[in-house]
Design a protein around this ligand. Structure first.
Ligand SMILES: *Cc1c(COP(=O)(O)O)cnc(C)c1O
Length: 663
């Protein structure tokens, strides 16, 4: 049925944009389907009967209500945006990885063991590394360092007094200090494995180990011929930035042999890139690496470990496909394929299987962090009250009005093109001085009134005409989000990565608006207009109607890897508050709180001193007082605000008593 009657109310027109009037039969199952929460969130995230997102540890019964948690954190003066970490989820990710590897080894009769190591670059925050080491002890989970600062974190974090088995893999470019530190640390118990990434590192390592009289455990990082895929696909191949070519590796073997040190070479490492969406790429790489491993044994190296690097992907859109934000395999498939290939290569050459190492970062750390932020305001395309133009109005306006009046289901497509033409004509007339500012405003109102009428008709259509396909985008709302894309999800801006985003409450209510998110930086790139979807990313997100008297919380999920650490201070928005929450069957506990940056702290990063700034402002006001351009009361208020702001968060406080950012 086509409804061509004018729609009198803004709310109804909005809701008609995405499927009829506010539908009271909407259920949480509809929301679950819409946001595909099972696809990307299972088993950690779900929706409860109150319509709120739930967080679970993966263990039956340990579930909490995320919206309630946010309310109670706010009551503790922990304002949004908030990054909430769940170490229990981190623990579950490690347990799963361990269990998948164990199952695979069982299945293929792999007579060796698996040792996970966490690549610190993925998320260096102390609380996270501490939680990881603590929960990882059950499986002797180790750490991978890719730089000197990361080596320092790793050395202090792994305590061989508690866990002798955990490995410390030393990747990255190395200088004398790096190598000396790693070698000397072997005296404390742990055995760092120095992975040679560049041919010239070997001589330096040999010299230093002789000086210190400490025998190193060495690895080589191979540039495989097998390519990764996607964005990080060229982390490998002959021209890759890292690693040794096969000729380099053979040279390393010869050199070690000549110095009677071939027994030091124990590990082969490769890394074909992050977020490998297709299992085929992983299989190819393992096949090649397994063969290199076996050949190194044949050359006389004392091989013990095969380190398959990172790359185990995360299904950000939940589609289970080989699209870049997804993956066409699960963790068990990954474990099976790796184990089977290595076992096969070793059996063929009759050598013992290696201790298998993987450096999964993304797959371990992503799920445990959620960024929760609130909406400060919205800008909707308004549905103006348009009145008939006066008799003496310019012809263009009178014609425009007639077009508006006549829109119906038979002519809406043509009417839309007419409306665009009228709007353009009005602009030309204005530019030549034939329309007043008020008249130009009238034509703009008419244009939007036409669009609203057309939107209502399109919504009832079975098939949307091609030229009106992006009509929803024209009519989209903008929701202003209290966050900085550059600080909190840099990859969404820098490399168009997708993360699942959805409201964390009101999920038993139909979302009646489609919109994009704009952050509070002054940068036009500070927006989110790509959202997960089954095939191609979609440009608009389904959102609930917003009003200033009630908070509206959105969650961005799977942000625990890379996002936290690569964020930058664009517009001087600093770190958000961070909390760690432990879940058990009695509820939850706020384990640790890391306050976000204050304005004073952020200013100090760019060499401003808060005290000096305040003093400068005090002098300014003193002068203004003398000149009588400011009152004493105004001075007090200004200085008080300035001083308070220095100690406050860089993000906005939501003032529900007045409309703060409503456009
Ligand atoms: C980045 C990196 C990793 C982690 O990769 P993920 O895809 O996050 O698992 C592992 N090893 C090395 C050498 C890396 O550079």
């Amino acid at each position: 049925m086509v409804n061509s009657q004018p729609q009198p109310q803004n709310a109804i027109v909005q809701s008609s944009l995405i499927g009829g009037e506010n539908n009271s039969s909407w259920t949480i199952a509809d929301s679950a389907r819409l946001y595909n929460i099972e696809g990307w969130g299972d088993p950690y995230f779900g929706i409860n009967s109150q319509g709120n997102v739930t967080v679970s540890t993966g263990i039956e019964g340990n579930t909490l209500d995320l919206a309630e948690v946010v309310e109670s954190l706010k009551a503790r003066n922990l304002d949004l945006p908030l990054l909430i970490r769940f170490p229990d989820i981190l623990a579950d990710r490690m347990a799963r990885l361990q269990s998948c590897m164990a199952q695979a080894m069982d299945r293929y009769n792999y007579q060796g063991s698996y040792r996970g190591v966490f690549p610190i670059k993925c998320n260096q925050n102390r609380h996270l590394i501490e939680a990881l080491v603590k929960h990882g002890r059950a499986y002797s989970f180790g750490l991978e360092a890719g730089s000197k600062p990361e080596l320092m974190i790793a050395l202090a974090s792994l305590d061989s007094g508690i866990d002798k088995q955990a490995l410390l893999i030393c990747n990255g470019y190395k200088d004398r200090e790096y190598i000396e530190t790693a070698l000397l640390a072997t005296k404390l118990g742990p055995k760092p494995i120095l992975v040679i990434e560049q041919p010239q590192e070997l001589d330096l390592i040999l010299t230093i180990s002789q000086e210190l009289d400490i025998k190193p455990v060495l690895g080589v990082r191979a540039k495989l011929d097998s390519k990764g895929i996607g964005r990080w696909g060229n982390s490998t191949g002959d021209r890759a930035k890292f690693g040794l070519t096969i000729a380099d590796i053979v040279r390393v073997v010869r050199r070690l042999e000549a110095t009677d040190r071939l027994d030091c070479l124990q590990l082969l490492h490769f890394h074909i890139g992050s977020q490998i969406s297709a299992i085929g790429a992983i299989k190819n790489a393992i096949r090649e690496a397994s063969e290199i491993y076996v050949q190194l044994i044949k050359l006389g190296a004392n091989m013990q470990y095969l380190d398959v690097g990172g790359g185990l992907a995360v299904d950000y859109d939940g589609s289970k496909t080989n699209f870049p934000p997804s993956k066409n395999y699960n963790m068990q498939n990954y474990a099976n394929d790796i184990t089977a290939q290595i076992k096969d290569a070793c059996d063929r050459s009759n050598v013992a299987v290696p201790t298998l190492i993987s450096e999964s970062g993304r797959a371990v750390a992503s799920h445990q962090s959620i960024l929760v932020f609130d909406v400060l305001g919205t800008s909707n395309v308004s549905y103006p009250d348009v009145l008939p133009p006066s008799e003496d109005a310019p012809l263009a306006i009178r014609n425009f009005w007639q077009t508006y009046q006549a829109i119906d289901s038979t002519n809406f497509q043509e009417s839309y093109h007419d409306a665009i033409a009228f709007k353009q004509e009005a602009l030309s007339l204005f530019n030549f001085g034939y329309l007043s500012l008020t008249q130009r405003a009238e034509t703009e109102q008419l244009y939007w009134a036409c669009c609203h009428k057309i939107a209502a008709i399109i919504n009832e259509c079975d098939r949307i005409p091609d030229d009106l396909e992006n009509f929803a985008e024209i009519m989209a709302s903008t929701y202003y989000a209290n966050l900085s894309v550059f600080q909190s999800i840099p990859d969404a801006w820098a490399i168009d990565q997708l993360f699942p985003i959805m409201p964390i409450h009101r999920l038993n209510e139909q979302p009646t608006v489609k919109g994009t998110l704009a952050d509070i930086t002054c940068d036009s790139d500070g927006k989110i207009d790509r959202f997960i979807n089954a095939k191609q990313a979609k440009h608009l997100l389904e959102l609930h109607s917003w009003n200033s008297s009630q908070p509206y919380y959105l969650g961005m999920f799977l942000v625990g890897a890379y996002q936290e650490i690569m964020g930058n201070l664009h517009n001087l928005f600093g770190d958000t508050n961070v909390v760690h929450i432990e879940i058990d069957n009695n509820g939850y506990r706020v384990e640790s709180v890391v306050r976000g940056d204050t304005i004073k702290e952020v200013l100090s990063y760019v060499q401003y001193n808060g005290e000096d700034l305040l003093e400068t402002m005090r002098c300014r006001t003193e002068k203004a007082l003398q000149n009588k351009t400011i009152t004493l009361k105004e001075t007090q208020k200004l200085l008080q605000n300035y001083a308070d702001s220095l100690n406050n968060s860089t993000y906005l406080k939501v003032d529900r008593s007045s409309r703060s950012l409503k456009q």
